[in-house]
Design a protein around this ligand. Structure first.
Ligand SMILES: NC(=O)c1ccc[n+]([C@@H]2O[C@H](COP(=O)([O-])OP(=O)(O)OC[C@H]3O[C@@H](n4cnc5c(N)ncnc54)[C@H](O)[C@@H]3O)[C@@H](O)[C@H]2O)c1
Length: 385
């Protein structure tokens, strides 16, 4: 797979308006979350929402209003449509935000790039490898930038961990684990059917975090299945068919291994995701064990206000400064290959080779504000007596 050309050398699409104009496709729960990152930029005059699209027009919201009503309340300047192709075709849209159910991601993101727009697509970028590869190919030659969620490598705490791992603060990392899950209770039913599942929705964060730290994987195997087929959510009972429970083993070569534990099958947990407190998409600081210190050190969260939708702000900055995003489509494609091959491996018990790779991520340009790491000693393990 060819690497993406540097954005500055391929002529990034520049907006003919000083305000970047956003078209949103998919006005569900996650569009509410993205509103929190759009609105401060909108109030500053950096962006405006000119189009919004959803296929559901009935009054489905708790207050009896429709998604269109909510869009109009929030962004009176936005035109609403039920056909995403109108968003793609509108010359008054510079950035397309793809926040639909997963099986739509590829189609809408590809159409956006082909129309010359910048695109932010929620995870995963596609639900098959063929579609993922096709989207990468289109993105490579497109004048618009492609940013794929999750955006965790942008978080200041992740960047600090990345920097400390890279400079050898914890020695050579040869074994790692990550975990993310919840009960799935509040999710719409489509999360549990074809093109959904816990790996695409949850494991994707852990796999992105681990490959960001350890580099491209070489091989994957997994136990994964549907442990709780009888589900109910939002007043609807249904039978789940997607994977809702998984242990994934990733081989990075050279006897470096990682595991990912994920599922819509967890009630609560108290262990850190990757010795990162909180979850990797919502960090609450991190703990570090250094042999020379002989203690666990607890480091405060560096940016408590950082939000998991920050990829949108990053995309806006990249467009303005004609830079390539730090979270690359090649990395997203590599993560997609691991997830799909983990699912395939769970079906027949055979480990799968991973064929894709991605350029090393470089978090230095967006590195932490300070290189001094303030900590509170938590627990001295070594007995000095
Ligand atoms: N729910 C979460 O906690 C969460 C968190 C982070 C990211 N995500 C990702 O965000 C995306 C959206 O998740 P959500 O929770 O908002 O789901 P949701 O079901 O609440 O919203 C998705 C919306 O997309 C609309 N839609 C589907 N196909 C469409 C099409 N072709 N054109 C226009 N609209 C269409 C649906 O009608 C729905 O309103 C998913 O990809 C998910 O993986 C979800």
């Amino acid at each position: 797979m060819q690497a993406m050309p540097d954005a500055s050398s391929r002529g990034i699409r520049v907006s003919d308006s000083s305000v970047l104009r956003v078209g949103i496709v998919g006005c569900g729960s996650v569009s509410n979350a993205y509103a929190e990152i759009i609105d401060p930029l909108r109030h500053r005059g950096d962006v405006e929402v000119t189009m919004a699209c959803d296929v559901i027009t009935s009054p489905v919201l708790l207050d009896g209003s429709s998604k269109e009503d909510r869009v109009k309340r929030r962004w009176p300047e936005a035109r609403f449509t039920t056909d995403y192709r109108e968003v793609i075709a509108d010359p008054h849209v510079d950035i397309v935000l793809v926040l639909t159910s997963m099986s739509e991601h590829y189609r809408v993101a590809r159409a956006g790039l082909e129309a010359g727009k910048h695109v932010l697509v929620e995870k995963p970028m596609a639900t098959s490898l063929e579609e993922g590869a096709a989207l990468l190919d289109v993105a490579r030659d497109a004048p618009g930038l492609l940013v794929v969620a999750p955006h965790i490598v942008l978080s200041p705490t992740y960047r600090t961990i990345w920097k400390r791992v890279r400079r050898g603060d914890v020695g050579k990392v040869v074994l790692a684990r990550a975990r993310y899950g919840h009960s799935g209770a509040d999710l719409p039913p489509w999360f549990f059917g074809a093109g959904g599942g816990a790996l695409f929705d949850l494991g994707v964060y852990n796999i992105t975090a681990l490959t960001g730290l350890l580099g491209p994987a070489k091989r994957v195997t997994a136990f994964a299945g549907t442990a709780v087929p009888d589900r109910s959510s939002r007043g609807e009972s249904f039978v789940a068919t997607a994977i809702d429970n998984a242990h994934v083993l990733i081989d990075f070569g050279g006897s470096v291994f990682a595991s990912v534990t994920t599922g819509f099958t967890m009630q609560k947990y108290r262990t850190p995701a990757i010795e990162m407190l909180g979850d990797d998409w919502a960090p609450e600081g991190y703990e570090l064990w250094r042999g020379d210190v002989g203690a666990w050190q607890l480091f405060d969260e560096e940016a408590p206000d950082w939000m998991w939708m920050e990829g949108f702000r990053h995309l806006v900055d990249c467009i303005r400064h004609e830079q390539r995003p730090v979270n690359t489509p090649e990395h997203a494609y590599h993560v997609l290959e691991i997830m799909l091959k983990a699912e395939a491996s769970a079906m027949d018990g055979q480990a799968r080779d991973i064929e894709s790779a991605f350029p090393p991520i470089d978090l230095d340009p967006v590195g932490p504000r300070s290189s001094t790491f303030e900590h509170h000693d938590r627990r001295v393990q070594r007995d000095s007596s």
